[in-house]
Design a protein around this ligand. Structure first.
Ligand code: PLP
Length: 504
């Protein structure tokens, strides 16, 4: 915070004055200045209390305080270094001095804490959103309908090369409607990738259908075509073919659709592409989300672009999309009064939020480039760390690296994913485990599961050893350098400890 009069005192001031200043500023600290406004020392409420207990009165002057040289820093300072200093000396504030020794700023622990925080993936606004949102306000289109909604649908469709798009309130809503459009009924079976966020499969339960989970293959971490084939053959034998397969494109990378679509076509099963994490990715030249019968995107706050919350269905079948909009607006029949024949939902996107989406979509290519650059920096700068490997870039398309994810080999590294995440969190760096596979979730206990090549579960291994690192397109190179430094120290800690050991 800035230095103002209520933060400062002079040696000739009384204890009473100091108490009043402390009461005023509420900081628990005062800066004692000399005649040239240079810092003499810091004075805490504890110092004043001890003066009074030592027999001084409130009329005594502060010149009676014991002399103590203050802990200070100068500009430029590094927030993490100042915090380390605070921790070492058990203090919560540090004054910043200019070249003359005058305080110019008082640093607080809380402020520094939030400065050094590096989060996994946060919204990254451009200069374009506000214009579209202002327009919505100016024209009173503050409703789940309006010109931004129509334009955002068209712009997403154009961007991915689909014939159309329907904007909805979330990616989850988009999956729910897509499954209805694929004809899923209560009691039906729906296949789903196991290594994904729960939102991929929750809509299966909304519909009273039964999920069956399919393992990952090691080359893209996405649905294993061989496991899918085995599951389809088994389902055909039981006369329980799925109504649809939800294929997830994980962390910015497409699944291998040629063999997946071939298998599904053979059995006449619809593919719903959960591209919530892969807007901007491609598969053999086609945009992620446009390969299945229906594709969905999410604009949740952590995704590559955001509307704060929102989703989109894309398809080439415009009638299906019209049906999606109908179902998303309470399925109102074309009658001169409120008449309804099927179950509907309140799932449309707000015109205000669609405005945010339009602004975000203008910079999608920059966001992809930034996320890819973040991933490349991790790979290059941590090349020498043994036991650390990365999510592979499958040869069939563009991986946006929405999240930078890697694996920690437990036979090489001295610490596991949980401990690494705790160590990073202690330095205010947010990392997370990769998705816990859905076949391991209590929610889906008892559901069938098919492993890759019929062998050991690939997704279990990925879950046990995988971690997601800070990946935001708005993360500065300096922030990432610090994340890399902390990661390196954590992963290489035993040898560091050994060298300290030899010195002592
Ligand atoms: C984020 C996400 C969703 C859900 O999107 P929301 O907009 O948060 O409802 C679905 N599937 C996957 C794979 C996701 O990552």
């Amino acid at each position: 915070m800035e230095i103002t009069d209520i933060l400062t005192i002079r040696p000739q001031d009384t204890v009473f004055h100091a108490l009043r200043q402390l009461d005023h500023n509420g900081q628990g600290i005062l800066l004692m200045l000399d005649a040239d406004s240079r810092l003499i020392q810091t004075v805490t409420d504890g110092d004043i209390r001890r003066m009074l207990l030592a027999g001084h009165s409130t009329d005594s002057t502060l010149s009676n305080l014991p002399v103590a040289s203050p802990l200070t820093v100068s500009r430029p300072y590094r927030a993490d270094k100042v915090l380390a200093l605070m921790n070492k000396f058990l203090i919560n504030q540090v004054p910043v001095l200019d070249e003359q020794g005058r305080p110019v700023e008082l640093l607080h622990r809380q402020e520094l804490d939030s400065q050094i925080q590096i989060l996994l993936s946060t919204p990254h606004l451009s200069s374009f959103e506000k214009e579209f949102v202002d327009e919505a306000f100016r024209t009173n289109w503050v409703a789940p309908i309006g010109p931004n909604v129509d334009a955002f649908e068209q712009e997403i469709a154009n961007y991915v090369g689909a014939k159309g798009a329907a904007a909805v309130s979330s990616g989850t809503a988009a999956i729910h409607l897509s499954l209805i459009l694929a004809g899923v009924q209560p009691g039906d079976v729906v296949f789903c990738s196991t290594l994904t966020f729960v939102a991929s499969a929750n809509p299966i339960l909304y519909l009273g259908a039964k999920p069956v989970f399919i393992d990952s293959e090691p080359d893209s971490w996405n649905m294993s075509p061989s496991a899918l084939r085995t599951a389809l053959a088994a389902a055909a034998r039981k006369n329980a073919l799925p109504r649809a397969v939800v294929v997830v494109n994980l962390y910015g990378q497409s699944a291998d659709y040629d063999p997946i679509c071939a298998a599904c076509a053979e059995y006449g099963v619809a593919v719903v592409e959960d591209a919530a994490e892969s807007l901007g990715a491609t598969y053999k030249g086609k945009a992620s989300g446009t390969i299945g019968k229906l594709g969905i995107f999410s604009f949740n706050g952590n995704k590559i672009i955001t509307t704060s919350g929102g989703g989109m269905i894309v398809a080439d079948d415009l009638e299906l999309l019209q049906r999606a909009r109908f179902l998303a607006t309470q399925a109102r029949d074309p009658a001169p009064y409120y008449q309804h024949s099927v179950i509907g939902f309140n799932y449309r996107m707000s015109n205000v939020l669609a405005g945010i989406g339009r602004g975000q979509l203008r910079v999608i290519e920059e966001r992809v480039a930034s996320r890819q650059a973040v991933f490349r920096r991790y790979v290059e700068q941590l090349r020498d760390v043994p036991g650390l490997t990365w999510m592979p870039d499958a040869p069939f398309g563009r991986n946006t690296h929405w999240l930078s994810t890697g694996l920690i080999d437990p036979s090489v590294c001295h610490l596991g994913t949980a401990e690494l995440i705790t160590q990073l969190a202690a330095q205010k760096i947010e990392a997370r485990r990769i998705w816990k596979p859905l076949h391991l979730q209590p929610l889906f206990a008892g559901c069938d599961y098919y492993t890759h090549d019929g062998g050991e579960s690939v997704s279990d291994r990925l879950f046990n050893t995988g971690i997601c690192l800070p990946s935001g397109s708005n993360m500065s190179p300096e922030q990432q350098d610090r994340a890399i430094e902390v990661l390196r120290n954590a992963l290489l800690a035993p040898s560091a400890r050994a060298s300290v050991g030899t010195r002592t």
